[in-house]
Design a protein around this ligand. Structure first.
Ligand code: SF4
Length: 340
């Protein structure tokens, strides 16, 4: 049975009319789910009993459960552990900064790409998420918090572009004006650089935000830190960003996690300055967030400052982002069902 969360409003209209429902039912269901966060047919009391029963027989509306919720005192950042219907567990994080409430969404149970600085890579990879699992992550947080997030980032567990078809469908539903109505400018997808899939995503959504996780300008080092570099090297990434610049309606972000004595040298900073000097982009420096079992350490404040100052001599904006949620293992690279 198809999940009711797999449909855009237009698709649902066609589906429901085909099944003999009144034309306005799709709008009514969309309003209940995506504006009022009513998450079962039984609770949709404005719909006749007969139709509610018919809907339950014809569509699935099973949702994962919030297993656990942990909040960081200082920042309010909240990590939700979500148990999927097959008992696999993923995490999603709600981050508060300025007036934004940003939800970081997971794409896979575990991740097969094995980046050495990422806690998720240490989990057994199981599978990619379905469209309804993407949508459920957002709806569960809307219901729990009482308001929808203002921004969405696909930067949680897993590589979103390994799940491209479901990602594209989920974004179509998330931006549906009759539903959650996210603007594409409020959505960012982060990738370690799967270039053909990135091209397809940009063709589908030219205004979406893109973040490319780089982390070293040397192929031998990046091969080790991010094995996907053997397929898509540093040069491939920058050739893509230069050659396909017309596809980018917004400046992409280059993400760089600063790890002590690994990628925090002035040579790396100089290389990064030279490479990013060929494109219009934003450079986001992130301190490494340690997790149990890692051999890496966060770069020192002095090294971070020197690295940043070198990049600031270039034309592109540079930000240094202290990750929220380190107290509850909810920060960048820490999502692996860890507890303190
Ligand atoms: S950084 Fe991203 S792509 Fe790399 S292992 Fe972690 S989740 Fe996967």
């Amino acid at each position: 049975m198809d999940s009711i969360l797999n449909f855009t409003n237009e698709e649902l209209k066609i589906e429901l009319i085909g099944k003999g429902y009144k034309k306005f039912r799709a709008d009514q269901i969309y309003l209940e789910i995506y504006k009022r966060y009513v998450l079962s047919f039984e609770e949709m009391t404005e719909i006749s009993k007969l139709d509610r029963k018919k809907l339950s027989d014809e569509f699935s509306f099973l949702l994962p459960n919030i297993n656990e919720k942990l909040s960081e005192k200082e920042t309010g950042t909240t990590k939700y552990s979500i148990k999927l219907l097959d008992d696999e567990v993923i995490e999603t994080v709600l981050i508060f900064a300025d007036k934004r409430r940003t939800q970081c969404l997971s794409s896979q149970v575990g991740c097969p790409l094995g980046c050495t600085f990422c806690a998720t890579a240490g989990l057994d990879y199981k599978r990619s998420l379905s469209v309804s699992e993407y949508i459920s992550q957002v709806l569960l947080i809307c219901k729990d918090y009482g308001k929808r997030p203002t921004n969405l980032v696909f930067m949680g567990m897993g590589e979103p572009l390994l799940n491209l078809d479901n990602l594209i469908k989920a974004i179509q539903i998330l931006i549906d004006p009759s539903g959650l109505d996210f603007g594409l400018r409020k959505i960012t997808v982060s990738t370690c650089g799967l270039l053909p899939e990135l091209e397809n995503l940009l063709i589908a959504f030219p205004n979406i935000g893109i973040a490319v996780s780089l982390n070293s300008t040397f192929n031998d080092k990046r091969n080790h830190m991010m094995p996907i570099n053997k397929k898509y090297s540093v040069e491939d990434i920058f050739n893509f960003l230069i050659g396909k610049k017309k596809l980018f309606k917004r400046r992409p972000t280059i993400e760089y996690v600063l790890i002590k004595d690994i990628n925090d040298s002035t040579t790396e900073a100089g290389n990064l300055l030279r490479l990013t000097g060929k494109i219009r982009c934003k450079i986001n420096l992130i301190p490494f967030n340690p997790f149990p079992g890692t051999k890496y350490k966060r770069a020192t404040e002095k090294k971070i400052s020197i690295f940043k100052n070198i990049l600031m001599t270039g034309k592109n904006a540079v930000t240094f982002r202290e990750s929220a949620g380190t107290d509850i293992f909810a920060a960048c690279g820490q999502l692996a069902r860890l507890k303190k």
